[in-house]
Write a protein of this length. Structure first.
Length: 182
């Protein structure tokens, strides 16, 4: 594949979902590399963000402010995506407000949402990739919500993020700690 050097984690993630080389190249045509420092805010629902993000190197955390406390809902790392829900899905009554914070020095590629939306209309592979990705995220969110109802946040984070627990602990300590309804 041409022009995709330095995007190995992203390309591998797309290939895992059976996307062809030509669709990967087309999808990432307008991806722009950006470097972020630890604790920098990548995106937030407080402002309209025209980009969808692919993480090549680093870790991000998505959180909401609930009753004055940061409540972490998701971690993303190499090969994963992240975005502002409000910008991607549109403003919806009652939909979550979320901030995405970079937890360690990171290389993240920004891709215009408008470009992805255009691809969805003419590239079935890209449209199916997005559908599957969002479906998996929804199912994962439901599993985590159910888990939080029955287990402590500590148990929850270490069960769902066991492969990267030391990285996450280093990145978030001591600025934040997991919260749960218990």
């Amino acid at each position: 594949m041409k022009q995709l050097s330095g995007m190995e984690h992203i390309v591998a993630s797309l290939k895992k979902r059976n996307m062809s080389d030509s669709s990967i190249e087309e999808s990432l045509l307008y991806a722009t590399p950006r470097h972020y420092a630890k604790r920098e805010i990548l995106t937030s629902t407080a402002a309209n963000d025209p980009n969808f993000y692919f993480i090549e190197q680093g870790v991000t955390r998505s959180y909401s402010i609930i009753d004055g406390h940061e409540v972490t809902s998701w971690f993303s790392m190499e090969g994963d995506i992240t975005f502002s829900s409000r910008s991607f899905y549109g403003v919806r009554e009652g939909y979550e407000t979320k901030t995405v914070q970079v937890l360690e020095p990171s290389l993240i590629y920004a891709l215009p949402i408008a470009w992805l939306e255009e691809l969805y209309t003419r590239n079935l592979e890209v449209a199916n990739w997005s559908r599957c990705l969002h479906q998996e995220a929804h199912i994962g969110s439901v599993h985590r919500l159910i888990s939080l109802l029955y287990h402590s946040a500590f148990y929850f984070y270490f069960r769902y993020y066991s492969n990267t627990r030391s990285r996450i602990l280093r990145a978030v300590a001591p600025s934040t700690s997991p919260s749960s309804p218990k």
